[in-house]
Ligand binder design. Structure first.
Ligand code: ADP
Length: 316
């Protein structure tokens, strides 16, 4: 079975229990929940029974322990997650507004995640990998961008493949060198997994089909567009497949895209037909939104298969 590796942030998420604007008053909070987009992605891959591992860094604290134990228990290789003696594990405080938007307070760049560097353990993990997954949220410093570029080169040199979920906000493009880094990563990706407007992040096109054609022209094999409660679409230049979302009650959307992406990439690496891969990924995304806590939304292969077999899709 092919091994999937990701590089990036491990954090805990702490949520306000009541919706409202920001954190400028004392609030009831719930958490810590294990989180970090690459960590959720790898946890979902592990729960599908696919070999996988993460290159990351945590502090010598309970938040780091919580994440490491969860990933390890679910079957991920955490040998390349280093514990920085002077570091503190990253955190994200989140509060939902009544309109469904979210306010965040992040401590990522200045946490242990900011110390993720090239290591012997990391290179060993990369040398055992068949596939690298890259997340835009991880590109928060020049040193981690350089590490991710190194990881891509190392995995590709051995004939491996790369998937890329841009999950960045447009403001991040103003960071020095960010656009160039994203363009290089996209140009070397096999599977691109944007969410909604992220399709146009690096494109001057205004129509979906023009942006997709531009991306496929770069040499990307498959574009998988996540459309939230409107489902998802797959494009490879020859075939197009749409899959509506499954009808569920949304409790917490954080992590849906990571569970979806992990399931799609695993299915793609297993050689499943695009329509089947998209259906399983949509099932994983739907299951994810029904649970509170980003990594709590990951599911076992059995649960995803059962859900996909029994459930009807929502009419959108
Ligand atoms: P991201 O978290 O990256 O923004 P999405 O919100 O588009 O990604 O979610 C990824 C996938 O999860 C969607 O394409 C869809 O299949 C599924 N999904 C997301 N939200 C819902 C929902 N409310 N109901 C059912 N399925 C959902």
């Amino acid at each position: 079975m092919k091994k999937i590796v990701a590089v990036g942030e491990i954090v805990v998420e702490i949520m306000a229990t009541e919706p409202g604007d920001g954190f400028r008053e004392p609030l009831s909070l719930i958490g810590p929940y294990p989180s970090g987009a690459p960590a959720i992605f790898i946890d979902q891959v592990a729960r599908l029974g696919q070999p996988c591992g993460l290159i990351s860094c945590v502090g010598p604290d309970d938040f780091g322990h919580l994440n490491m134990e969860r990933l390890r228990a679910d079957g991920a290789d955490v040998s390349a997650v280093t514990v920085a003696p002077e570091g503190v594990t990253g955190s994200a405080f989140v509060r939902y507004r009544s309109d469904g938007e979210r306010d965040f307070v992040f401590n990522i760049k200045h946490s242990a995640c900011g110390r993720i560097t090239r290591s012997t353990e990391g290179d060993r993990l990369l040398d055992s990998a068949d596939h690298l997954h890259v997340m835009g949220s991880s590109l928060f410093s020049e040193s981690i961008v350089a590490l991710i570029r190194h990881a891509m080169d190392r995995v590709k040199a051995r004939g491996g493949t790369v998937s890329f979920d841009p999950n960045v906000r447009k403001e991040m493009l103003t960071l020095s060198g960010m656009r160039a880094a994203l363009e290089t990563i996209l140009g070397e990706s096999d599977v691109f997994l944007p969410s909604g407007p992220e399709l146009f992040l690096l494109s001057t096109a205004t129509e979906e089909e023009d942006a997709i054609a531009e991306i496929l022209d770069l040499g990307v094999t498959a574009v998988v567009l996540k459309r939230g409660a409107d489902g998802a679409s797959y494009y490879d230049g020859e075939s197009t497949v749409h899959h509506p979302a499954f009808a569920v009650t949304e409790v917490d959307p954080t992590g849906a895209g990571d569970c979806f992406g992990a399931t799609f990439v695993t299915a793609w690496l297993r050689g499943l037909a695009p329509a089947r891969a998209l259906r399983l990924a949509a099932a994983a995304g739907a299951l994810a939104v029904t649970r509170k806590g980003p990594m709590e939304g990951t599911s076992t292969e059995h649960d995803i298969e059962t859900f996909a077999a029994r459930r009807h899709v929502a009419v959108t």
